[in-house]
Design a protein around this ligand. Structure first.
Ligand SMILES: [Mg+2]
Length: 247
């Protein structure tokens, strides 16, 4: 079970740091993890440390920054930090470009940089131009990504689909049918991979152009579904279907 965080497990807030965790969430995730023998991972654009802080004391496998930093189920870390110099140049350029522009928030995630314009939606084109300019000399190794009211610059070839595939090579995920739930454009890479592998893909929110095969109307409904699923799976330990000897 692979789960996006913002807009999937938690309602989106005006700023990423204002997100409020539903009180059902930690218990639902813990129950789901136990029911699925530990095969529950968070796949998010946020830094891993932020996700840990919000889910504490629960510690789950996590792909943070779209997979730039990944903690396996055994607790070991995989991180891609080969582009620190390029990211530093982009950081300087963006800091200068957005200084004094009201309603914009530059979020420094360390290995990626996000420009939020939820506070000034009319600045969409301006933000796009700022990000394009900052990216200019680094297009061979960095990518520009467009999410909900946010542009993000991050290393190329890192996305949620790759993060999910990496988990699926490892226990306790390997050999199991993947499920991925997400709500945003960056989740489409994950939907594509999970669909290709014969898994189940679920889009959260109003009808949108998505590659997901299933949908759930809201974060609230998803939390209810996760809680219910966990209790059904936990109750269902008796292996009701068995292989027939002469089948
Ligand atoms: Mg999301």
């Amino acid at each position: 079970m692979f789960l996006d965080f913002d807009g999937t497990l938690a309602e989106i807030a005006a700023r990423p740091d204002l997100v409020v965790i539903d009180k059902r969430l930690p218990e639902a995730l813990r129950a789901l993890r136990d029911a699925l023998d530990g095969a529950v991972a968070i796949i998010s654009g946020r830094p891993r440390a932020e996700l840990d802080a919000m889910l504490a004391p629960l510690v789950l496998p996590i792909a943070g920054l779209h997979g730039l930093e990944r903690r396996r189920a055994d607790g070991s870390m995989v991180s891609h930090n080969g582009l620190i110099r390029e990211i530093e140049q982009v950081r300087r350029s963006l800091t200068k470009a957005v200084a004094g522009l009201a309603g914009l928030q530059l979020e420094d995630k360390g290995l990626s940089l996000a420009l939020h314009y939820r506070g000034a939606p009319e600045r969409h084109d301006e933000c796009r131009a700022i990000m394009d300019k900052a990216l200019d000399e680094h297009r061979d190794c960095l990518d520009l990504l467009n999410g909900k009211m946010v542009f993000e610059i991050r290393p190329k070839g890192i996305d949620k689909g790759h993060a999910i595939e990496a988990f699926l090579d490892e226990p306790p995920f390997s050999g199991r049918i993947p499920v991925f739930v997400g709500d945003d454009i960056t989740d489409e890479d994950g939907f594509a991979v999970v669909n290709r592998l014969g898994g189940i893909t679920v889009h959260v929110g109003a009808t949108a152009a998505t590659g997901a095969s299933w949908r759930v109307s809201s974060v609230d409904r998803l939390l209810a579904w996760l809680q219910e699923s966990a209790s059904h799976i936990a109750a269902d330990t008796g292996a009701p279907v068995e292989k027939r000897d002469n089948a």
